[in-house]
Design a protein around this ligand. Structure first.
Ligand SMILES: Cc1ncc(COP(=O)(O)O)c(C=O)c1O
Length: 469
């Protein structure tokens, strides 16, 4: 296995690491993290990255099986991308997109429009995925007000789906536990079933296509129940992340497209994770052959070398804003930041030069087959996903698909698996926001040797987990 130890840290470095721990515990607030859990233990500090690996402050190496947080598509430590940021910083570090364009934002918008499916040719930049999701909702609401349908404000999204944390995005997110502390949220969020075939209702559990069409038709039933004249948009990820990677069944998106067209509802493809090669295409909707009205993106557009998000829309949605005095009354200070745009352009250069989409397509079958070997373990119930994006669902009883109760999940995921996988040299995600799953979403440069490394670590740690139950 794989914690390789490059030269052991010297005395000064150990002292530095200790001082760093003290300062981190005193002053830093980690996101979605139980800070109390570091009262006695060490906070991991990642100091350096190279290719598919990162290193911590103690000199230990980890395979980055999650690309940071579904972000580092081209891998770590790319000097040419960092240099593009430095060059742009020297030329024009900042100027707002409010009333002014800048050359890198123009170039990036043009390049994204060329890559995007169908008629999506207008880019509205943001600085994160949540802002992108929220911007699309605001656009839908203002668009419908300007086009004579002011009652349309509701948004449909799927159970357990994660669409971000700002108040608007959180209203679209389908995870009750992370919403409850912040209620009341903006009104209008409506839930529909997701495409978790492993947990399909019994009456559609025998056939994937039938299940998918049922799940799509549930969207139409929800639109009709709410009143089509009140529904603005449906938000769907190409592969739903939260819950553990639910790919769309055959025909699902085609049926959803028909339903949206029938009721005049916008289809927003939330590709914050699924764009930029995660599924072997620039956009996830291209893999599954559907045409969204809006694509929201973030994360992989810069591979994390700078923060950026945005939405891609068609001229049709832009039309009410291109004539007369109408203005989309929305914006953020750092959107279209010249340095971030330069980084995104350099990131896309790497995609092209190294044919990263080709790499994913060439190796994804190997990734799947390698992870599927784990199905011989009693704790592994399901392996699902596409491209370089997989979830492994853990179960107590494979035959009945019985899951763990809250106390067992807590003990298994938080008490053991997260730490054990990290200690064994693999960064991945152990998540129980739906049923307990391990998620993998490695850099797009990974090949079979990395899949084998993941499988070996997972096999060893999951086998230990089973003996502890
Ligand atoms: C599908 C999806 N939408 C939106 C977001 C929110 O993005 P951000 O964390 O950049 O605000 C995420 C983040 O993981 C996401 O996965």
């Amino acid at each position: 296995m794989t914690i390789s130890s490059p030269p052991s840290p010297g005395h000064d470095e150990v002292q530095d690491a200790t001082a760093q721990q003290t300062a981190a515990k005193r002053n830093l607030w980690l996101h979605f993290t139980r800070m109390g859990s570091y009262a006695d233990g060490e906070m991991p500090v990642i100091v350096r990255g190279e290719g598919q690996y990162v290193y911590d402050s103690r000199g230990r190496r980890y395979l980055d099986g999650l690309a940071g947080l579904f972000v580092s598509q081209i891998g770590h430590g790319r000097k040419e991308v960092a240099e593009a940021a430095a060059r742009q910083g020297g030329e024009l570090a900042y100027f707002p997109l409010w009333s002014y364009a800048n050359p890198r934002a123009i170039e990036l918008a043009e390049r994204l429009a060329d890559l995007a499916p169908g008629d999506l040719n207008r880019v509205f930049f943001t600085t994160s995925g949540s802002e992108a999701v929220e911007s699309a909702w605001k656009l839908a609401k203002q668009y419908f007000k300007l086009t004579g349908q002011p009652g349309r404000y509701k948004v449909l999204s799927r159970e357990i789906a994660y669409h971000g944390t700002s108040m608007g995005a959180l209203a679209i997110t389908g995870l009750p536990a992370i919403k409850e502390p912040f209620e009341p949220l903006p009104p209008g969020g409506v839930r529909v079933p997701n495409t978790n075939f492993y947990r399909a209702p019994a009456f559609v559990a025998d056939d994937l296509t039938t299940f998918g069409l049922w799940a799509a038709d549930e969207i139409e039933r929800a639109i009709l129940r709410e009143g089509p004249e009140s529904v603005a948009a449906v938000y769907l990820e190409p592969v739903q992340n939260s819950g553990g990677c639910f790919p769309p069944p055959p025909g699902y998106f085609q049926r959803v497209r028909e339903i949206c067209d029938r009721h005049g509802v916008l289809l927003v493809s939330d590709e914050v994770i699924c764009a930029f090669g995660r599924l072997g295409y620039y956009f996830g909707s291209q893999r599954y052959g559907y045409q969204p009205d809006v694509i929201t993106f973030a994360k992989g557009v810069t591979s994390g070398y700078a923060p950026m998000g945005g939405m891609l829309v068609s001229d049709r949605l832009m039309e009410p804003f291109t004539e007369g005095t109408a203005t989309f009354l929305h914006g953020v200070t750092f959107a279209g930041h010249p340095v971030c745009c330069a980084v995104a352009l350099a990131n896309l250069d790497v995609f092209e030069k190294e044919d990263l989409l080709g790499n994913v397509r060439a190796h994804e079958a190997g990734f799947r087959a390698t992870l599927e070997k784990l199905l011989d373990l009693p704790i592994v119930g399901d392996v699902r996903g596409d491209g370089y994006f997989y979830g492994i669902e853990l179960v107590k009883d494979k035959a009945t698909r019985e899951s763990f109760n809250d106390e067992e999940s807590e003990r298994l995921l938080r008490g053991f698996l997260s730490h054990a996988l990290f200690d064994a040299g693999l960064i991945c995600r152990a998540d129980d926001r739906g049923d307990p799953v391990i998620q993998l979403s490695p850099p797009l440069t990974c090949t079979q040797e990395h899949f084998d490394e993941m499988e070996q670590i997972l096999r060893s740690v999951l086998s230990q987990a089973w003996t502890r139950l």
